[in-house]
Write a protein that binds this ligand. Structure first.
Ligand SMILES: [Zn+2]
Length: 162
């Protein structure tokens, strides 16, 4: 599925081919929440990195989070969070550890996206108390990351796009 996205001020526009276009996974981790999560969570989609086309690349900036492990050591996340340096819109995450993938934020996508048959709420251990989480029959909950990947979830629901 071809996705088109943009930042709010319109200086950055992008498109990509998504293999995992259904916005089902709500991530409440502190990085997603603070950089992209108006509702307390962010939703990442899966797309093919080589299909990414960007207009206005000069307006991009990249944020790489500092992560602290259990021993108190810090390291820089390999995840490169791309955002518009004028309006601050979070656009996509690219991690050179998986160079063939790019993860656009659903919030930046202008193409109508399919409605998810199930919502998966992840990293709930990082969720602040004020953020409500739906507990309906179509809601699954995980304190951290689930073992099922974006690709596996889409395959299980027969929603994987070539
Ligand atoms: Zn912008």
């Amino acid at each position: 599925m071809k996705l088109e996205g943009s930042c709010h001020c319109g200086r950055v526009r992008f498109s990509c081919e998504a293999y995992a276009p259904v916005p089902y996974m709500h991530c409440y981790c502190s990085i997603c929440r603070k950089t992209a999560g108006g509702g307390g969570f962010a939703i990442n989609l899966g797309a093919h990195a080589e299909s990414l086309k960007v207009e206005g690349r000069e307006h991009l900036s990249v944020y790489q989070a500092e992560l602290r492990d259990e021993d108190g050591d810090t390291r820089t996340s390999s995840g490169q969070r791309h955002f518009c340096r004028h309006c601050g819109s979070a656009l996509w995450l690219y991690d050179p550890t998986w160079p063939e993938l790019v993860h656009p934020h659903a919030s930046a996508i202008d193409t109508p996206l399919p409605e998810a048959p199930e919502r998966v709420h992840i990293m709930l251990d990082s969720k602040p108390a004020w953020v409500p989480v739906p507990h309906g029959p179509q809601d699954a909950h995980f304190p951290e990351y689930p073992s099922e990947s974006l690709r596996e979830w889409h395959a299980r629901h027969r929603l994987l796009d070539a």
